[in-house]
Design a protein around this ligand. Structure first.
Ligand SMILES: Cc1cc2nc3c(=O)[nH]c(=O)nc-3n(C[C@H](O)[C@H](O)[C@H](O)COP(=O)(O)OP(=O)(O)OC[C@H]3O[C@@H](n4cnc5c(N)ncnc54)[C@H](O)[C@@H]3O)c2cc1C
Ligand code: SF4
Length: 488
């Protein structure tokens, strides 16, 4: 049968198009489910409409309230397996012919083979990453890693340069908006006014690539300008540098407009040409063939109930309105204020702001992990159902008891002080755990340890932390203070 390929929002690039007929549907109901960042809604609509415009006669495009209006009575559909449980259920219910998923460096079948080979042993990202490097011959010399090491963390992850307020790199490339973006903005305003969608945050100029051409331009810019510094400043934060040396490529990769393999190959080529050091390129390749693929496979491996079923630290605080509304001014702590303001303005923050500021805050304050997952998904331009569970529930909230990360990413103000310029201008003091100016991260860290002692004290990687807690002279005072804290 001459099938029509129904493409989803994460499948908009050439790697999802094998030359046949294409069906693209913009369904408004998708935007009405939970509060969503304006910039994210803009990016999704802009990507779909740009794809529709470039599709020619092979492409049929519908703008409707619900997918059902278009697909319910069709029997000619095929799909590349989509990226969420919900969408997979829907395409099967509609009787579409299902092809294996794409858009990652490794396939779901590759991962299943790798898991099978582990014979029940613990699954670790590092083992998976090395396996992929070898299998795909990425940065390899025979069976050994180029440069002799698998990991260059000792050279990477430096604090920001002393006294600097930015890395001094040119501003990143970003797209020039066109009439499609203008139309998208007007539609979103109307839908919001009519109460059909709930949008939060600002929809400033579109910063992220949504077409294959734009993604190429963003990739070129990253490889030429920021890749050489990627590793060194991977974990650093500066108030006046929202991108640092990050790639800004999660959006185009998650929208499927650029193939992650191409991104990785360009980085490796830069190393081979002598344009970027091994520590930067290895650090970057690890993010994509390691972390990105790993999080994707874990989404399926851990199962649909993973998010709802895991809350081993009994974190029950609701996500505060200030986060749902992206109200940066509700936060007095410089690190939180600045990070939330960045999310409000762009729907994006870099990894360390997500993990060590927002995630850390959620962990220390006991925010409910499933609700926090929902918040992250709606508030971030690159938030997708597959990427969040292992990142939020597993990595940042340790709510799964150690399946994804062997210890909680909890830290006090000293870490943030070392890796950023936030603390100097903050009304709190990262060294203080008691008093008016006690840092909510420093005091919150001890109070978190106190609260979770029974659950975590036997974790070998937490032994030192708990030994510190037991020596704390003012433990009770700190815990009592944090119980009543309402300013951070
Ligand atoms: C709490 C939390 C929430 C996150 N939410 C998202 C999200 O909504 N969408 C998303 O794509 N990533 C998410 N990440 C992972 C990572 O923070 C972002 O991919 C990255 O910040 C995007 O910016 P970038 O493209 O400039 O990344 P870079 O720093 O340039 O990294 C390159 C690429 O590596 C990949 N990557 C790196 N780490 C991860 C990871 N842990 N999981 C998946 N991919 C990774 C991304 O595709 C990214 O584009 C989250 C991490 C945490 C801890
Ligand atoms: S002092 Fe504490 S609250 Fe203030 S910026 Fe530093 S870590 Fe954040």
């Amino acid at each position: 049968m001459d099938r029509t390929r129904w493409l989803f929002a994460g499948q908009l690039g050439p790697q999802f198009d094998d030359g046949g007929k294409i069906l693209l549907i913009e369904a408004r109901s998708v935007f009405g489910r939970v509060p969503m960042h304006r910039a994210k809604a803009h990016i999704i609509l802009s990507a779909i409409r740009h794809r529709a415009r470039s599709g020619g006669k092979r492409l049929e495009f519908h703008q409707v309230e619900d997918y059902r209006e278009v697909v319910a009575d069709r029997d000619d559909l095929e799909v590349i397996d989509p990226t969420s449980y919900r969408a997979r259920r829907a395409v099967r219910a509609y009787g579409a012919h299902v092809l294996p998923s794409r858009g990652f460096v490794t396939s779901e079948a590759d991962f299943a083979d790798w898991v099978g080979g582990k014979k029940g042993r613990r699954l670790l990202m590092e083992d998976f990453y090395r396996w992929v490097r070898g299998r795909e011959d990425l940065l390899m010399e025979g069976h050994s890693p180029v440069g002799g090491d698998w990991n260059y963390d000792a050279k990477n992850r430096n604090p920001p340069p002393k006294g600097a307020t930015n890395l001094g790199l040119p501003a990143p490339w970003w797209p020039t908006e066109d009439e499609i973006d203008e139309e998208v903005r007007a539609d979103l305003d109307k839908w919001h006014q009519d109460g059909l969608v709930t949008l939060v945050g600002d929809d400033g100029p579109r910063r992220f690539a949504v077409t294959p051409e734009e993604a190429e331009a963003a990739l070129d810019d990253f490889i030429d300008v920021r890749l050489p510094d990627f590793g060194t400043f991977e974990d650093a934060t500066l108030t006046n540098d929202w991108t640092m040396a990050h790639s800004l490529l999660s959006v185009p990769m998650n929208m499927g407009v650029i193939d992650p393999r191409r991104v990785v190959d360009r980085a490796v080529a830069a190393y081979e040409a002598g344009d970027a050091p091994i520590e930067a390129v290895e650090g970057f390749v690890r993010q994509i063939v390691g972390w990105r693929d790993w999080m994707w496979h874990l989404y399926w491996h851990l199962g649909e109930r993973y998010t709802a079923a895991n809350n081993v630290l009994h974190a029950t605080e609701p996500v505060p309105d200030a986060l749902w509304e992206l109200d940066a001014d509700a936060f007095e702590a410089n690190c939180l204020h600045h990070t939330v303001a960045g999310v409000r303005d762009r729907g994006w923050a870099h990894h360390i702001q997500r993990l060590m500021v927002l995630g850390n805050h959620g962990l220390l304050r006991g925010l409910q992990p499933a609700e926090l997952t929902e918040w992250f998904t709606g508030a971030f331009v690159d938030g997708t159902p597959w990427v969040m569970p292992a990142n939020v529930v597993g990595m940042s909230q340790h709510a799964d008891g150690g399946i994804v990360a062997t210890k909680p990413y909890a830290s006090g103000g000293a870490y943030i002080d070392r890796m950023s310029d936030y603390c100097g201008g903050c009304r709190f003091d990262p060294k203080k755990r008691v008093g008016e100016d006690a840092c909510p991260f420093t005091a919150g860290y001890w109070s978190f340890l106190d609260r979770t002692e029974r659950r975590l004290a036997d974790n070998p990687r937490m032994k030192q932390a708990y030994a510190g807690l037991r020596r704390l002279s003012d433990r009770e005072e700190v815990v009592e203070q944090e119980r009543h804290r309402d300013r951070w």
